[in-house]
Design a protein around this ligand. Structure first.
Ligand SMILES: C[S@@+](CC[C@H](N)C(=O)[O-])C[C@H]1O[C@@H](n2cnc3c(N)ncnc32)[C@H](O)[C@@H]1O
Length: 221
């Protein structure tokens, strides 16, 4: 696929920005109105800290989630921005993950066999994929029966709120600034009809401007 020089520059800049973002201590990112966890770090640890077997992370960026994973999982990543790869590999090595497999594909075309993965992880990625349905289809395809899709995502605020009006208005500019990210996606609703056997998630706010509304949970194949 041809990528223009401007797009290349945007992707390189975005990777560089993500390194800066990953330096923010996730224990300082607070959850509001969440009954179970008070910080993003605590929530992610609960979701990712007990994984086993073959784990696929889509859009891992610079590797912000390695701090949560058990050391003995077999980690596979699919990250289409090549400028993220060296940062991610450094972070994996620093956290003791030596045998990782990293691919440059989109999550809409996973380079993996049917029913070969125990868990698929997505954190702050479903806002950025071009379309949700092809990605969900691929996740369902590669998961083993009973396998879990674990997600932590910012989503559109409820309709008829000021936050949603702001998200809708800012979307054209936001997408350009943040590598195709939609701040107003109804990801939770889309997940419910995506072909999983069950979908269970919490809705809460992170204390962030524009992209505060979040969902996090588990869908089972
Ligand atoms: C906001 S970053 C989040 C990175 C990381 N998951 C985290 O939580 O720090 C969004 C990531 O999704 C990736 N991404 C965008 N479109 C994608 C696609 N179609 N398939 C897989 N990853 C994608 C981007 O390259 C980027 O690394």
């Amino acid at each position: 696929m041809h990528v223009s020089p401007l797009s290349q520059l945007q992707r390189r800049l975005f990777a560089w920005c993500m390194v800066g973002v990953s330096r923010v201590d996730p224990q300082q990112i607070q959850c509001a109105n969440c009954a179970t966890h008070d910080t993003m770090a605590a929530f992610k640890k609960a979701l990712l800290g007990q994984l086993q077997g073959r784990v696929l992370e889509i859009g891992p960026g610079t590797g912000a989630n390695f701090i949560y994973y058990p050391a003995d999982i077999q980690w596979i990543g699919v990250e289409p921005n090549p400028f993220m790869h060296s940062y991610l590999q450094d972070e994996a090595a620093a956290r003791g993950f030596c045998g990782i497999q990293l691919y440059g594909d989109s999550a809409a075309h996973l380079p993996l066999e049917n029913e070969s993965i125990d868990a698929v992880i997505s954190t702050h990625v479903l806002c950025s994929v071009t379309q949700l349905d092809p990605v969900f289809k691929e996740i369902v395809r590669v998961l083993k029966p009973g396998g879990r899709f674990i997600f932590f995502e910012h989503v559109g605020a409820p309709e008829d709120t000021w936050t949603r009006t702001l998200q809708n208005g800012i979307t054209p500019v936001w997408k350009v600034l943040f590598d195709g990210c939609y701040p107003n996606r109804d990801t939770g609703k889309a997940l419910v009809t995506a072909g999983f056997t069950s979908v269970d998630y919490d809705q809460f706010q992170l204390k962030l401007p524009v992209v505060g509304p979040h969902i996090a949970g588990v869908a089972v194949k």
